[in-house]
Write a protein that binds this ligand. Structure first.
Ligand SMILES: *[C@@H]1O[C@H](CO)[C@@H](O)[C@H](O)[C@H]1NC(C)=O
Length: 281
């Protein structure tokens, strides 16, 4: 395990790192996640619901997912269907249990909450990435390595080679609490209320645009972090990188939601140390 080097080296590294952050152009649907500084490709609803993803250049079985879901009085859930329908494809859902983030793989055999059950068809492991996984006063955010999530119930990795191919994913969220937030297998609530209370629909995704050169570095940050999400019944603690031990805790947001500048500098510096570890070891 590596620890941060002396301050002089750190300052130099932070400059290099800042310059090395790739500027992503092109698609209007790419965004920089404010909590991790990483570029994702995804879909945002006016309500604040967001699904984002990042894959390797040649995706096989895994990708990194990000779900951000609006909450009302700390309650609600949201998810994504990795297909155009709710019924059938792999579903990923997240909700808060107090300040803990719960994230689960599900599958539906119908269009009611009780038809949505834990996904067990293929092995899947959801490993949280701490910086993008938190509950605040308005949202729950879950960022995780979704290992095994590219499978017969989601999408064909070869589609990522086709920059003109749209696939359709579905979104759903509700501001009504799940039955038992502490139970990873809990029954979800209805998401069809409409308006601010809940909504659903589908959206096109060009998987080729989710490919990222940052994938490997970012995936290595996934780990079993006690303060974030509970494991699903099939989850294992895969890919625990050294980054989890040196990564700073996410700074508390100030009242206007900005990260304080000093803490931002610390984040950049520690990020630089992590990224450049192979070169300065
Ligand atoms: C909570 O986090 C979400 C996702 O990062 C962000 O959009 C929102 O502004 C945050 N809310 C507050 C009050 O900081």
């Amino acid at each position: 395990m590596q620890y941060p080097r002396p301050r002089t080296i750190l300052s130099a590294l932070s400059l290099i790192c800042t310059a090395a952050v790739p500027a992503r152009g092109g698609s209007a649907k790419s965004y920089i996640d404010v909590d991790t500084g990483t570029s994702f490709f995804g879909h945002v609803e006016p309500s604040g619901y967001l699904f984002g993803m990042m894959t390797p250049q040649q995706p096989t079985t895994d990708f990194i997912a990000q779900l951000v879901v609006p909450l009302t009085n700390g309650a609600g859930w949201g998810g994504v269907s990795l297909g155009s329908s709710m019924n059938g494809p792999l579903l990923l859902v997240t909700w808060p249990d107090g300040d803990k983030v719960m994230t689960a793989a599900r599958v539906a055999s119908g269009y009611t909450p009780s038809a949505v059950i834990p996904y067990t068809t293929n092995p899947i492991a959801l490993s949280p990435i701490a910086q993008g996984t938190f509950v605040n006063s308005t949202h729950v955010s879950s960022t995780f390595l979704c290992a095994g999530c590219i499978n017969a119930d989601s999408f064909d990795p070869a589609w990522a080679d086709d920059e003109h191919r749209d696939v359709f994913f579905g979104y759903a969220y509700s501001q009504t609490a799940v039955d038992d937030p502490s139970d990873i297998d809990t029954r979800l609530s209805d998401h069809t209320a409409g308006g601010a209370a809940g909504s659903y629909g589908d959206f096109p995704v060009v998987l080729a645009n989710a490919r990222s050169n940052e994938y490997d570095q970012y995936a290595a940050m996934a780990g079993a972090d006690g303060r974030s999400q509970a494991p699903t019944s099939s989850a294992t603690s895969t890919a625990v990188g050294s980054a989890t031990s040196t990564a700073p805790p996410r700074p508390a947001a100030t009242s206007d939601g900005e990260i304080p500048p000093l803490e931002l500098v610390v984040l950049v510096v520690l990020g630089a140390v992590y990224l450049l570890q192979p070169f300065i070891a």
